[in-house]
Design a protein around this ligand. Structure first.
Ligand SMILES: Nc1ncnc2c1ncn2[C@@H]1O[C@H](COP(=O)(O)OP(=O)(O)OP(=O)(O)O)[C@@H](O)[C@H]1O
Ligand SMILES: [Mg+2]
Length: 241
């Protein structure tokens, strides 16, 4: 495959390929609730995982553990062969209900702020601006660059949030319910975008979703796992909710 990155977009380093993440006998607790109970699981360097489970099962909590926001009560969490803290610079994370924290600022400022610095509302060097525009271009949101995010629809905002999550050329992309509240057309567009971006940029993907999806929607090497009652079990795609 010939890969031609857009200007300002750096491809993920494909040379070293430890698993995207690896859980070894991991127990995760929040308050009194155990959301993972002695679980071992591994996702390959370029694989994709569709993470399923009912409300409150612990999907978002697991993502927080993968970015080092939550320490396991027991066991080991490795991300890209390192601790989550060490790997954080190579992990893109789109939180559940990604919304504009500063709705008056244009989309370009939101994306530029995620490129290795804080430039909220301030002038930024041209290179950073070009990189932010390239990221918005990747997700089909370049025309929204100058629009205050408070004006954007849910689907448009998802594209801007995805552009932010892609800054820093992540080798692992975590998307927490990126399809929530999207109409069928927007959902289809975001899924085909993710599939294309996986092919183009080579990152591993973990995505939570309640919607019914086909494995092929996210491209090859996609697995599904169901999180419920502290257990993480694999199920054929199409049977999860
Ligand atoms: N800081 C906390 N203290 C206590 N309980 C918490 C804390 N954070 C999360 N929880 C609880 O942990 C459980 C798992 O929450 P989590 O947000 O991970 O679920 P989820 O699977 O992402 O659900 P949803 O599908 O609704 O997004 C929930 O019961 C939640 O109330
Ligand atoms: Mg959640």
């Amino acid at each position: 495959m010939v890969v031609k990155p857009s200007p300002g977009v750096v491809l993920a380093d494909q040379s070293a390929c430890p698993p995207a993440f690896q859980l070894q006998d991991v127990t995760l607790r929040v308050g009194r609730k155990t959301v993972l109970d002695n679980v071992s699981y591994s996702l390959s360097a370029h694989g994709a995982l569709l993470l399923r489970g009912p409300n409150g099962a612990g999907k978002s909590t697991l993502m927080k553990a993968l970015v080092g926001l939550l320490q396991p009560a027991q066991g080991s969490v490795r991300v890209l062969g390192r601790t989550p803290d060490q790997a954080r610079g190579h992990v893109g994370y789109m939180v559940q209900k990604a919304e504009a924290g500063a709705p008056m600022l244009p989309a370009l400022s939101h994306v530029a702020a995620t490129i290795g610095g804080q430039f909220w509302g301030l002038a930024w060097p041209g290179r950073r601006k070009r990189a932010a525009l390239a990221l918005l271009g990747l997700t089909g949101a370049q025309s929204m660059a100058g629009v205050a995010t408070g004006y954007l629809s849910g689907g448009e905002m998802q594209r801007v949030a995805l552009a932010s999550a892609l800054s820093g050329a992540p080798r692992l992309l975590l998307l927490d319910e990126p399809l929530a509240a999207l109409d069928p057309q927007a959902r289809h567009e975001i899924l085909s975008l993710l599939k294309r971006l996986r092919e183009k940029l080579g990152f591993a993907l973990v995505m939570t979703a309640h919607e019914s999806l086909q494995a092929s929607s996210l491209g090859p090497d996609t697995r599904e796992a169901w999180l419920c009652g502290g257990r993480l079990s694999s199920e054929p795609l199409g049977e999860g909710g």
